[in-house]
Design a binder for this molecule. Structure first.
Ligand code: 5GP
Length: 112
């Protein structure tokens, strides 16, 4: 069974795409928690950060590269942003295809 993000990656469901290359797709979150709320999603089917294999760690670098690029594009370089992963039930993960949230555009409140 494909996840929602796999269906978006495969073009079977619509999404507001803001970036795409051969490894990564970035879409706007449908229920934004900040003025800018993007989902950075590797195209490779990986359920979550915990099942990411060592040979897939290069994707984390790609995700950070794309986050830097989008922070520039969405004018978040100076104001800042949060780049987070929800891993598992206690973090509230709902879609089991690895993705990073990039949030910004106003003060986000302290974490921890
Ligand atoms: P998680 O809770 O798994 O870390 O994040 C899943 C995110 O996907 C949530 O922030 C949720 O708002 C977003 N989301 C759920 N369904 C859709 C959808 O159909 N389209 C888009 N663009 N985002 C979605």
């Amino acid at each position: 069974m494909k996840t929602l993000f796999e269906k978006i990656i495969d073009g079977e469901l619509p999404a507001e795409k803001v970036y795409e290359d051969e490894k990564i797709i970035v879409i706007k979150d449908i229920a934004p928690k900040a003025p800018v709320h993007l989902l950075i999603i590797p195209k490779k089917v990986i359920p979550d950060i915990q099942t990411l294999k060592k040979e897939e760690f290069y994707l984390l670098g790609e995700i950070v590269r794309v986050a830097q690029e989008l922070a520039k594009k969405f004018d978040l370089e100076e104001s800042g942003y949060r780049l987070v992963v929800n891993q598992g039930p206690d973090a509230g993960q709902t879609i089991f295809h690895l993705h990073f949230h990039l949030l910004g555009g106003n003060p986000l409140g302290r974490m921890g």
